[in-house]
Ligand binder design. Structure first.
Ligand code: UN1
Length: 520
C-alpha cells in the first residue's frame, strides 16, 4: 500500500477550486500512527459560508438542468468509482483501518447507490390528477429543495456520503459536505472523482475540519439561512443540536444517529448460524458500525451453552493489520475512538458484570490477544468484550459505546425479550434468530427499530431499502432506496385552468345533489 502522504493543506473545495486554510488537521493510519495519511487545514466559518454561497449561486442552473443529464454525471461518477475501486478501498483501509474486504464492500455500496439512482433521473415522477371542474388539469411535480448541507461520520466515509449526495444531486440540489476529520484522504479522492464526473462548478462543495470548529460553524449557518436541507450522520447529542437549529428554521433534517442494536437468540434458533451472526454483528468493523450489535438477548434455556460456544469462537478470531485478510478486525478508527472505548470500559462496567473474555482494552498496553499480528505500540487495537449479567437498569444497557463492546442479557419469555430489545430508546437496527414463524411475526410487529434482520446480522443493510432509525437513532428520516427522493424534493401542486372563466373549487362544481327533501 502506498505510504505517500497527501500534503496539500487544503481546507475546502469551493466553486470548483481547492482553497487553503491555516490550522492543520492530520489523518493518521490507525494501524500505525507514524503513517500520516493526509495533511489538510480547517475551514473557518467564512470558508464554510463561501462554500454555501457557491452552492447557492450554482443552484438555479443546476435545478434547471434536465434530470437525465444530472443523473448522467452520477453515472460518470459511479463508473469512475468502479474503475478506482481497488485504489479507493486501499485508501479507506489505510485511513480508517477497515479490513480490506469490508473496504471493497463499502466502495461497492457507492457503486450500487449510483446504479440505483441513475434511472431515477428518468423518473422523478409527478402525477396528473383529475380536477373536480371541467377544462382544468391538476399536476404534481417534485422540485429540488435547494442547498443541501451534509455532515458525515468516519466509519463509512464513502458509502454514507453517497446515500446523501447521489439522490440529492439527481434531484437537482447543490451540496456542501463536511466529511469526517478522520477520513480526509477518502473525502479528497471522493471529491476528485466528483470533479472528474463533470459536475459544474459550485454544485458540489467540501469543507474540511473538526466537529467543534468547522462543524459548529456549519450548524451556525443554518440560522443564517445558508442551507435549505441538512443531512447528518453521527452522535445523538449533535443530532439533537442540528435538529433544534433546523426546527427553529422550519426545516426537517435527515438525521442518522446512534444505535444500541438488539439481537435476540431464541430457544429454537439454529445455534451455529446465530453464533456467526452474533460475532459479525458484534465485532465486524471492530463494532464501529451504526448497525453493530449493542444488546445480545439470549433465552435462558440455551444461555449457558450459547455463551460457552460464543466465548470459544470469539477467542479464535484474529485481530491485526487490516490488510491481512485473515484478520477479523483491525484497529479502531482513531485514537479518539480508542480513548472513548477505554472510558466506556472504565465507567460503564459495574461490579455485578462479568467479562468472560477479560476486560479488553488497548492491545499491548496491559492486555494481550492470542491471535494478534498488528503493531501494538503504534496501532489503536483493542480486544473484544462481552459484558454478562446486564440488566435494563444498567447504564451500559442504554449507552451507545461504538466499539467492540457488547452487552449480554438473559430472558425468560418473548415479552421480556421484546422489552429488552426496545427499552434502551434507540431504534436503528435489530435482529432475531429463531425458526418459529409466530415468533418472527411478533418480533416484526413489536420491534421499534427502523430495520430488522431475521436469521442474519444486525449489520449489512443493502443500498436499496430505507436505512434509518427511530427514537434516539433519528427523526424518522430515511436514506437509501426510492423513499429517499422524498428527503430531497418537495411536492409542487399545479392547477391549470383552461376554461376561460373563474371556476372556484368546491363551489363551481357540477356535483349532482341528492334529493334533500326525501325522508324515509
Ligand atoms: C453506518 O454504520 O452508518 O448496514 C452505515 C450496514 C452498512 C452501512 C452502515 N451497509 O451495516
Amino acid at each position: 500500500m502506498s505510504s505517500k502522504t497527501i500534503d496539500n493543506r487544503y481546507s475546502a473545495f469551493v466553486n470548483g477550486e481547492w482553497i487553503k486554510g491555516s490550522k492543520e488537521i492530520i489523518s493518521l493510519n490507525p494501524a500505525d500512527r507514524r503513517d500520516q495519511v493526509a495533511i489538510f487545514t480547517e475551514a473557518d466559518k467564512d470558508q464554510v459560508r463561501a462554500a454555501a454561497d457557491s452552492a447557492r449561486s450554482a443552484y438555479k442552473k443546476w435545478a434547471n438542468t434536465p434530470a437525465p443529464v444530472r443523473a448522467g454525471m452520477i453515472q460518470n461518477f459511479g463508473r469512475l468509482v468502479e474503475q478506482n475501486k481497488l485504489a479507493l478501498s486501499k485508501v479507506l483501509t489505510r485511513e480508517i483501518g477497515k479490513p480490506f474486504r469490508e473496504s471493497m464492500g463499502e466502495v461497492q455500496e457507492v457503486i450500487d447507490t449510483c446504479n440505483f439512482f441513475i434511472s431515477e433521473g428518468r423518473r422523478l415522477y409527478g402525477q396528473t390528477v383529475p380536477s373536480e371542474m371541467p377544462n382544468k388539469e391538476l399536476f404534481t411535480y417534485r422540485r429540488p429543495i435547494g442547498v443541501f448541507g451534509c455532515i458525515t461520520a468516519c466509519n463509512f466515509p464513502a458509502a454514507v456520503p453517497s446515500w446523501y449526495f447521489v439522490p440529492a444531486l439527481v434531484a437537482g440540489n447543490t451540496c456542501v459536505w463536511k466529511p469526517s476529520e478522520d477520513a480526509l484522504a477518502t473525502a479528497y479522492y471522493y471529491t476528485e472523482l466528483m470533479q472528474k464526473a463533470g459536475f459544474p462548478q459550485g454544485v458540489f462543495n467540501v469543507v474540511f475540519g473538526n466537529g467543534p470548529t468547522t462543524g459548529a460553524a456549519f450548524i451556525d449557518l443554518i440560522d443564517e439561512g445558508k442551507f435549505d436541507k441538512i443531512g447528518f450522520t453521527g452522535s445523538t447529542a449533535i443530532g439533537k443540536r442540528i435538529g433544534e437549529a433546523c426546527g427553529r428554521n422550519l426545516q426537517t433534517p435527515c438525521l442518522e444517529l446512534g444505535g444500541k442494536n438488539p439481537l435476540i437468540v431464541a430457544e429454537d434458533a439454529n445455534i451455529d448460524l446465530a453464533l456467526d451472526g452474533v460475532i459479525f454483528s458484534s465485532f465486524g468493523t471492530a463494532g464501529q458500525r451504526c448497525t453493530s450489535l449493542g444488546n445480545l438477548i439470549i433465552h435462558h434455556k440455551i444461555y449457558d451453552n450459547f455463551i460457552t460456544k460464543l466465548v470459544a469462537k470469539t477467542k479464535a478470531i484474529k485481530i491485526g493489520v487490516p490488510t491481512n485478510e485473515k484478520n477479523f478486525y483491525g484497529p479502531l478508527i482513531s485514537e479518539r475512538f480508542l480513548r472513548s472505548h477505554e472510558t466506556h470500559l472504565a465507567k460503564l462496567v459495574e461490579k455485578h458484570h462479568e467479562l468472560p473474555l477479560g476486560k479488553g482494552g488497548h492491545i499491548g498496553h496491559g492486555v494481550n490477544w492470542e491471535h494478534f499480528d498488528g503493531d501494538a505500540e503504534n496501532g489503536f487495537y483493542t480486544r473484544p468484550n462481552f459484558v454478562l449479567n446486564v440488566s435494563m437498569k444498567d447504564s451500559i444497557y442504554s449507552t451507545e459505546t461504538f466499539g467492540p463492546l457488547v452487552n449480554v442479557l438473559k430472558y425468560q419469555d418473548d415479552d421480556e425479550a421484546m422489552a429488552m430489545a426496545n427499552n434502551h430508546g434507540y431504534g436503528l437496527s435489530s435482529a432475531i434468530y429463531t425458526s418459529d414463524p409466530q415468533r418472527i411475526y411478533k418480533f416484526k410487529n413489536e420491534i421499534t427499530a427502523g430495520m430488522s434482520s431475521i436469521n442474519n446480522s444486525t449489520t449489512g443493510a443493502e443500498a436499496h431499502l430505507p436505512f434509518g432509525g427511530n427514537g434516539k437513532s433519528g427523526n424518522g428520516g430515511r436514506q437509501s432506496g426510492i423513499w429517499v427522493v422524498d428527503q430531497f424534493t418537495k411536492w409542487h401542486s399545479v392547477n391549470w385552468d383552461m376554461s376561460g372563466k373563474l371556476q372556484l373549487a368546491q363551489m363551481d362544481t357540477e356535483y349532482v345533489e341528492p334529493d334533500m327533501n326525501y325522508r324515509f
